[in-house]
Ligand binder design. Structure first.
Ligand SMILES: [Zn+2]
Length: 282
């Protein structure tokens, strides 16, 4: 059975992946109107249009980079290289470890680096400037950031030795989690509390979008929350009503709701936040 799933994902047509992506978006849009976490007073269509522009650039870069991922997966097959190929694991364990390694290097690590290397942070700012976090915020990435993430996904494939089928399961899950964890939905507290020990839940990720430090530099996870627990970067928010989305350095909506000014943010001067991690001249 598991083998069949891997074989299916190895050859999954991009049309099916697009359908999964779009129906995921539609599903969470519906949930957001049914069980919203916050009642934003915003023009949902205008807000979505802006974020979907950045989602499209992300998808185009990923499409162009797909051959890079395929190259590393094939390289590992030919050379029997990559961590997972050092051991003879049962298939279910191979899938779980594969997903964990891809998530650690291809998502958690690059996200942590983006928050700790000044010039990369300036690209990632675009994602954080959304004052109304919802499902469409999930893939709101500056094209430059999409390139970093693509390169780290390729690195993760190379290091992990995950098979192409597992990589495709990961890519599909990763996009699903980007939508799930940004969706403006209220999850029952008890379910959230149990699940967030292992996976990133909508409430867990929302703390990362609070407008000031230290919250901005916590809860980096995409699929598994265990990395933040292991590396001491998790934070808990008792009352979600205390959250305020955005970034203290970029609160001017004019700047953060215009495609051109947003694309230029990484090339502008660095603005240290309150409790800055970088000095002005670092
Ligand atoms: Zn972030």
């Amino acid at each position: 059975m598991l083998n069949d799933i891997i074989i299916y994902f190895e050859g999954i047509p991009s049309s099916i992946r697009s359908i999964i992506l779009i129906s995921g978006l539609a599903f969470f849009l519906l949930l957001e109107s049914g069980i919203p976490l916050f009642r934003f007073k915003y023009n949902k269509v205008k807000h979505a249009a802006l974020n979907i522009f950045f989602t499209s650039t992300t998808l185009i870069i990923n499409l162009l980079g797909a051959s890079l991922i395929l190259f590393f997966a094939n390289y590992n097959v030919q050379n029997n290289s990559g961590l997972l190929n050092l051991f003879e694991l049962p298939i279910w364990l191979n899938i779980i470890f594969g997903l964990m390694l891809l998530d650690l290097i291809g998502a958690w690590l690059i996200h942590w680096i983006e928050h700790n290397v000044k010039w990369m942070w300036k690209f990632h700012i675009v994602h954080h400037t959304d004052p109304e976090v919802d499902v469409t915020t999930g893939l709101r990435h500056h094209p430059g950031e999409s390139v970093f993430r693509l390169l780290f996904t390729a690195l993760a494939v190379f290091v992990s030795g995950a098979s192409f089928g597992v990589v495709m399961i990961y890519q599909t899950l990763s996009a699903f989690f980007a939508h799930l964890t940004h969706a403006n939905i209220k999850a029952p507290k008890i379910i959230d509390k149990i699940l967030d020990k292992v996976i990133v839940t909508p409430h867990f990720h929302k703390a990362h979008h609070h407008y000031t430090l230290p919250h901005t530099d916590k809860n980096y996870g995409n699929i598994f929350s265990i990395w933040d627990r292991i590396f001491g970067t998790s934070i808990k928010v008792d009352d979600l009503d205390d959250l305020k989305y955005g970034l203290d350095t970029h609160m001017n909506k004019k700047e953060t709701s215009n495609i051109k000014t947003m694309l230029l943010i990484p090339f502008g001067e660095y603005r240290p936040p309150v409790g800055s991690k970088f000095g002005k001249n670092d």
